[in-house]
Design a binder for this molecule. Sequence first.
Ligand SMILES: [Zn+2]
Length: 177
Amino acid sequence: MAILPVVTYGNPVLREKVSPVLDFKTIRGLVDDMFDTMDEKGGIGLAANQVSVTVDLFIVEIVDLEDEEDSGKLVFINSEILAAAGSATMEEGCLSVPDIRAPVTRPESITLKFQDITGEERTEEFSGLLARVIQHEKDHLKGIFFTDRLSPANKMFVKKALKEISSAGKPSKEIVL
Ligand SMILES: [Zn+2]
């Protein structure tokens, strides 16, 4: 078990292009460490580039869902969103953008093609919080932060805090929009 450092907004690795995973045997250790790290930091999703590994892989684990089953430990590799439908607005936060929370509008449900940890290809539909977290993590792998998706007014509001995260790792005060 290992807790990996989570890089924050401003670190160039988060904007780098990621490579597809080709060898599924070599990623088990990374996935285990990512779950340990996410658990330790209290997140519900984590992309590989947030721990400085630029491959097309992210994990999700949502527990204590109000009206749904726990998601279990989910691993998504070489994924692609095939379809999206609806629209929903929900507050988001991010381990790489500490102390900022803001509403983000995204499709409500998605169809995702991906490979699981064994390399098996799957296509599944997701909705609600799970679809939200998957889209947030997919964005990370494309170098996009949830703060890039805020309304122009809210973007202005978090601008200074993002600068502070870039230079100091965290903002001088918490922002909840
Ligand atoms: Zn994030």
